[in-house]
Design a protein around this ligand. Structure first.
Ligand code: ZN
Length: 292
C-alpha cells in the first residue's frame, strides 16, 4: 500500500516561532521543521498490486452499456416512442438521461484507465491499436452522445427552445465525458516492466502531479516535490497504478545515476510540470553524465 506523508503537521509546529521572530523567510521555517524531524523515516516494503484486470474491464463495459441504455431511452422519448414517466416533460427526461449517461460513461472510463495501468498493452501490438485501446474512453464517449446529439438536432417534434437547451446540454456532456475519459499519460507494458526492474526503492508523488519522483527529501530532494505538503510514497508499481506513469525529468537527470539506474529507455517525460514552477537549472530529461 502507498503511504501518505503529510508535512503540514511539522510546519505547524514551526509556524509560531516564525511569527515570534517577526519576518522570517519560508526557508528558515522549513529548515527549523527539517531539523526537528527528518523527512520520510518510515520504510514501506514494495508490494506489487498488479493482478487480474478482468473485473475492472468487465465493470467498465457494463457501465458503458448502461450509459448507452440511458442514451437509447433519451432517444426513444425524443422520438415519441413513449411519454416520460412521473409526468416529466420531454426536456426534463432528456436532461436526466444525459446526466446519467455522463456519470456512467465517466465512471466506466476510470475503471478502464485503471486496468490499463495495472496491465498495460505491449507496444509490440502497434501504435494504432495501443492508441485505440488506451483511448477507448474517448471513443465510448462519442458513442454515448453523438447519436443522441444528431437525432436531437434533426428532431422537429421538440419546440425550438427545448431543442436548443437539450442540444447544448448534450454537447457539453460529450465534451466533459471525452475530457474525463482520455488517458493523457498512457504507459506501455515494456515501460512499466522496465521501471519495475530498474527502480526497486520507494518513489514519491503528489496528489495532483502525474509523475513520480526519486528523492523527496526536504533539504536536497527534487524541487518539484520537496515543498509539497502531502507526499505519497510507495513502490514504482503503486505510483504507476495510481496514474503517475512517468518519472520526473529532474529526478531522472539528478538522482538516477547515483542510484545506479539505467533510465535511457524509460518513460522519462520532458516538458511541463504540473506540481509547481519549473526550476531554471532543469535543462534535460536525459541522464546527465557530466559533472561527476
Ligand atoms: Zn522529481
Amino acid at each position: 500500500m502507498a503511504e501518505k506523508i503529510v508535512r503540514n503537521a511539522e510546519k505547524k509546529d514551526a509556524a509560531p516561532k516564525a511569527s515570534e521572530a517577526g519576518k522570517q523567510t519560508a526557508e528558515s521555517v522549513k529548515k527549523a521543521a527539517a531539523a526537528k524531524k527528518p523527512a520520510q523515516t518510515i520504510v514501506m516494503p514494495n508490494k506489487p498490486t498488479g493482478g487480474s484486470t478482468v473485473g475492472l474491464r468487465i465493470g467498465a463495459c457494463v457501465l458503458w452499456l448502461l450509459a448507452i441504455v440511458c442514451e437509447v431511452f433519451g432517444i426513444m422519448a425524443l422520438m415519441g416512442y413513449f411519454y416520460p414517466p412521473f409526468g416529466l416533460s420531454q426536456l426534463a427526461f432528456l436532461i436526466i438521461m444525459i446526466v446519467l449517461d455522463l456519470a456512467l460513461a465517466i465512471l466506466a472510463a476510470q475503471l478502464w484507465k485503471k486496468a490499463n495501468r495495472i496491465k498495460p498493452m505491449s507496444e509490440k501490438r502497434g501504435k494504432l491499436l495501443f492508441y485505440l485501446w488506451n483511448e477507448l474512453g474517448v471513443i465510448m464517449a462519442c458513442i454515448c452522445f453523438i447519436p443522441l446529439i444528431v437525432l436531437l438536432l434533426k428532431n422537429d417534434k421538440l419546440d425550438k427552445k427545448s431543442k436548443t437547451i437539450a442540444a447544448i446540454v448534450a454537447i457539453v456532456a460529450l465534451l466533459i465525458t471525452g475530457a474525463a475519459s482520455a488517458d493523457y499519460h498512457p504507459i506501455t507494458a515494456e515501460q512499466k516492466e522496465e521501471a519495475e526492474q530498474q527502480i526497486t526503492t520507494d518513489v514519491y508523488w503528489t496528489q495532483f502531479g502525474h509523475k513520480y519522483h526519486l528523492n523527496a527529501d526536504e533539504e536536497n530532494g527534487c524541487p518539484y516535490i520537496r515543498t509539497s505538503g502531502t507526499v505519497y510514497k510507495g513502490s514504482v508499481t503503486e505510483a504507476i497504478e495510481s496514474g503517475r506513469t512517468t518519472i520526473c525529468s529532474y529526478c531522472a537527470a539528478h538522482y538516477a545515476e547515483e542510484m545506479g539506474l539505467q533510465l535511457q529507455s524509460l518513460n522519462v517525460e520532458d516538458g511541463d510540470e504540473t506540481e509547481q514552477e519549473r526550476p531554471v537549472d532543469t535543462t534535460s530529461a536525459a541522464v546527465d553524465t557530466t559533472g561527476e
